[in-house]
Design a protein around this ligand. Structure first.
Ligand SMILES: Nc1ncnc2c1ncn2[C@@H]1O[C@H](COP(=O)(O)OP(=O)(O)OP(=O)(O)O)[C@@H](O)[C@H]1O
Ligand SMILES: [Mg+2]
Length: 442
């Protein structure tokens, strides 16, 4: 069935049928389409099927899964649809709890329709004020949105054209190198080299020769003169990755290079001027390393001129759909597949995951899913690594609850699937898929 694009879909969760009817009558003709659920369980099942709602009107007190539980479950799944709580209790305690769980606002029964329409209108306006932003002015070979990485990008726009030293901090896979490269690409140095050095990969014996070069015969094995990374990066940018792993002795020398803007090759006497912008990155807590004496404080201050902190992906889940689209496009082109999109279950599964490996992990997951894809839409089963161990408790909870709910409906309908689907308020096809997913076939 085609959905009228003008109507905004609202999920109405309330166990009082009369109240649902009253709201339906009052909101119809005002640009909204109401989808009804008689309790939290039913609402979850609907959301699992299609989470694309403009807003959720949510009763607090319901026999089968109350509103607060439902709210905390959907937030745990990464669904950030605005929620307006509705309750017969004019109780501040519930209101505070609901707001803390991420509800947008709180109304008491009997609902003042004018007030409700006003709230819904505000939600609509807010949507328009925060568009997803992809900017063509600033070169960045990735994806960001206004409320995610976009804040960092606006900082980068300021710092990229300068020569300031930048320290990028963030967990593994958050995009530190991507950011470092984009600073270089948007700087006047962009025509000159970007030289990346992974400090963690270099042992104490060779790191100095790698960074500063060496003269012939400087040590056993130094059969020829060699230029170091700093010389190679002249007029460009050097990216010192995993700076937290740099040995203390090398830290002293790096500090001197920064202060004097010149290097000395190992075993050499010549002082060589270098014009290099430094960007350093780490997934360690350098401040704490300074306190424990594992990182030089003076070097820390020299590097920390312009700190950039990248948040883990689990703290910017709103960016997941954008990233998923981006990776699907990239990998389906690369593998000559015709994957065009993904199902709601697919996205919900991703949104309920914590991504310890951040964007790199998401990238790998999508790559595998595109390889596995049987059709042009990625489905939940294209995420085989999302077994019960990997997915957070909330998701398992929801799955268990959903399974129970479906079983109950099937029993109630004496295993007549059309009837059971009606009870659950989902389509027969969705029910059929769920029965397959949960292995409930009889
Ligand atoms: N915003 C983004 N858009 C698209 N791809 C991204 C984004 N952020 C990160 N990636 C991708 O995720 C992967 C990891 O990024 P990157 O190597 O920059 O992370 P990192 O922080 O340097 O990780 P590590 O600490 O493990 O070295 C890369 O393949 C990168 O292209
Ligand atoms: Mg890196």
């Amino acid at each position: 069935m085609k959905k009228d694009p003008v109507l905004k879909r609202i999920l109405l969760v309330d166990d009082e049928e009369n109240h649902r009817l009253m709201l339906k009558i009052n909101l119809s003709g005002k640009g909204y389409e109401l989808v009804e659920a008689a309790n939290g369980f039913e609402a979850l099942s609907i959301i699992n099927d299609n989470a694309d709602f403009f807003a959720i009107l949510l009763d607090i007190k319901m026999e089968i899964m109350d509103g607060l539980t439902f709210l905390s479950k959907i937030r745990g799944m990464g669904i950030d649809t605005p929620v307006i709580m509705i309750s017969a209790f004019d109780s501040a305690g519930y209101a505070v709890k609901a707001l803390r769980l991420g509800a947008t606002d709180y109304l008491t029964k009997p609902v003042d329709i004018a007030q409700l329409l006003n709230l819904l209108e505000n939600i609509g306006n807010k949507d328009e004020a925060e568009p997803v932003l992809v900017d063509n002015e600033y070169k960045f070979s990735g994806i960001y949105s206004a409320d995610g990485l976009g804040r960092i990008i606006s900082l980068l726009k300021m710092v990229a054209p300068t020569d300031a030293t930048v320290l990028i901090m963030g967990e593994s896979g958050t995009g530190k190198e991507l950011i470092a490269r984009s600073i270089h690409e948007n700087s006047p140095r962009c025509k000159h080299p970007f030289v990346a050095v992974n400090c963690a990969a270099l042992n104490e014996n060779i790191i100095e020769s790698e960074l500063f070069g060496h003269e012939k015969g400087a040590f056993t094995g130094a059969i020829a003169q060699k230029k170091g990374k700093f010389e190679l990066a002249d007029k460009g940018t050097i990216f010192l990755d995993e700076i937290g792993e740099m040995p203390l002795t090398t830290q002293v020398k790096l500090l001197r290079v920064i202060q004097e803007k010149s290097i000395e090759r190992v075993g050499g006497e010549k002082i060589i001027k270098v014009d290099v912008r430094i960007i350093a990155a780490t997934n360690r807590d350098l401040k704490r390393m300074v306190e424990s004496g594992d990182f030089r404080e003076d070097l820390f201050f020299r590097l920390n001129v312009f700190p950039i902190k990248l948040s883990p992906l689990r703290e910017r889940k709103s960016e997941i759909p954008l990233l998923v689209d981006y990776f699907i496009k990239r990998f389906s082109e690369k593998m000559g597949k015709r994957v065009k999109g993904y199902s709601d279950t697919f996205l919900n599964k991703l949104k309920s995951y914590t991504f310890p490996g951040n964007v790199r992990e998401l990238e790998n997951i999508i790559e595998r899913a595109v390889i596995l894809a049987r059709g042009d839409i990625l489905e939940g089963y294209d995420l085989p690594e999302f077994n019960e161990k990997l997915v957070g408790d909330t998701d398992l909870d929801i799955k268990n609850n959903e399974k129970q709910l479906i079983l109950k409906a099937l029993e109630e309908a004496r295993y007549n699937k059309t009837k059971a689907a009606e009870i659950l308020g989902i389509s027969r096809r969705t029910l059929h898929n769920k029965i397959k997913e949960y292995d409930l076939e009889v």
